[in-house]
Design a protein around this ligand. Structure first.
Ligand code: PLP
Length: 364
């Protein structure tokens, strides 16, 4: 260990050069894929000083992927840059995608389709059983419709992939050219967006002279984490990446992420081996289920709104933050100096859940 530390010290400058040359190589590998510019990139990397002081742990930073643009922003913008370019390359005129009722992915896809002059059909699965007006009509559902995307509902547990295939058949029969984007935009094409984010963050931190010890974010359909795992592996990065699960149990979540990371590395055309140990998910913050509120999530959203003026969401980033905060309190990051939370967006969904915060006028 002492030997390794010593080497790292002696090689401080050359290793920064190596990391920059790996960033350049990764940029070149990514440049071979069609991409449409949709995002406001690079997104800011900002300190959260009031939260850091409040929690008394490592210095906390936020990577603002809630500021990617495209209909209030969020992590799907980066994926859609590659997915929509692929749809254009295929000559598609209509996008089909699916998600839960308050899907951020559906909303961002509807916005991207509008911007590129394509149609967009959205299938929403009732995963939570909630049927109050704000949940089924406001937040992301309102925005889908505002972007001109027809929304059609399916019961919880429906086979959403075959539902999308059926819609595609109908559109084909009407003479349209449909293109299916899987839930969350999570395939090897969409995950390229987060390979690129790993590169962006690495360059940004180097420019700021910041040594990032850990990167934490909410993980669901797994494209975000799979892209980050692939990108960080390609960069030989030793950043400790941790996904906080919002749906599946740990073993299933990690297997999903690893599988997609392997496919993403293949798609990228690298000979990278993705270590199973590079995939870590902590799924202790899901609570009663996907999209269902937990007290820790409510606390976390209020804390961030009131210490940092930042908005997080009830389904993903709020549960991710609950994980971050709880793990800081448990000493998980002890010995680390700088921990970055990747803000994946989702604040539009707050308006689908107005009652959970116990605020005046919304008490249940
Ligand atoms: C989709 C989403 C996630 C999860 O990203 P995946 O790539 O599906 O794992 C996290 N946060 C928000 C706000 C999202 O909309």
């Amino acid at each position: 260990m002492a030997h390794i530390d010593n080497m790292a010290e002696q090689n401080a400058a050359p290793s920064a050069d190596i990391s920059m040359s790996l960033c350049k190589e990764l940029s070149i590998a990514l440049a071979r894929f069609p991409r449409v510019k949709l995002g406001h990139l690079p997104t800011p990397l900002e300190p959260m000083d009031r939260l850091s002081e409040h929690l008394g742990g490592p210095r906390l930073w936020v990577k603002r992927d809630d500021c990617t643009g495209l209909s209030t922003g969020g992590n799907k913008t980066r994926k859609l840059e590659y997915l929509m370019a692929d749809a254009q390359r295929c000559g598609a005129d209509t996008i089909i995608t699916q998600g839960a009722t308050q899907s951020n992915h559906a909303r961002q896809t509807a916005a991207a389709a509008a911007k590129l002059g394509m149609g967009c059909t959205i299938l929403l699965e009732d995963r939570t059983g909630a049927n109050d007006d704000p949940y089924v009509l406001s937040g992301n559902v309102l925005l889908n419709r505002l972007h001109g995307a027809p929304v059609s509902k399916r019961p919880g547990g429906a086979d959403m992939n075959s539902e999308m295939e059926e819609v595609a058949d109908t559109l084909l029969a009407d003479g349209k050219k449909p293109y299916i984007i899987p839930g969350g935009g999570s395939n090897a094409i969409g995950a390229l967006g987060y390979v690129n984010c790993a590169r962006e963050l690495t360059e940004q931190a180097a420019d700021m002279g910041l040594g990032i010890d850990a990167l934490v974010h909410a993980t669901g359909s797994s494209g975000t984490q799979a892209g980050l795992v692939t990108g960080l592996s390609a960069l030989n990065s030793d950043i400790h990446l941790l996904g906080i699960g919002v749906r599946a149990p740990q073993e299933k979540q990690e297997a999903m992420v690893h599988d997609l990371a392997v496919r993403t590395a293949e798609h990228l055309g690298t000979r990278l081996t993705i270590a199973r140990s590079a995939v870590r998910a902590d799924c202790a913050y899901v609570g009663p289920g996907y999209g269902k509120p937990t007290p820790g999530m409510v606390e976390a959203i209020k804390l961030l709104a009131q210490t940092e003026g930042l908005l997080f969401d009830p389904v993903y980033s709020g549960k991710g933050l609950d994980g971050l905060i709880t793990l800081i309190r448990k000493g998980y990051f002890d010995g680390m100096d700088n921990v970055v939370f990747l803000h994946t967006g989702g604040s539009a969904a707050l308006f689908g859940y107005p009652e959970i915060f116990g605020l005046p006028g919304y008490q249940t």
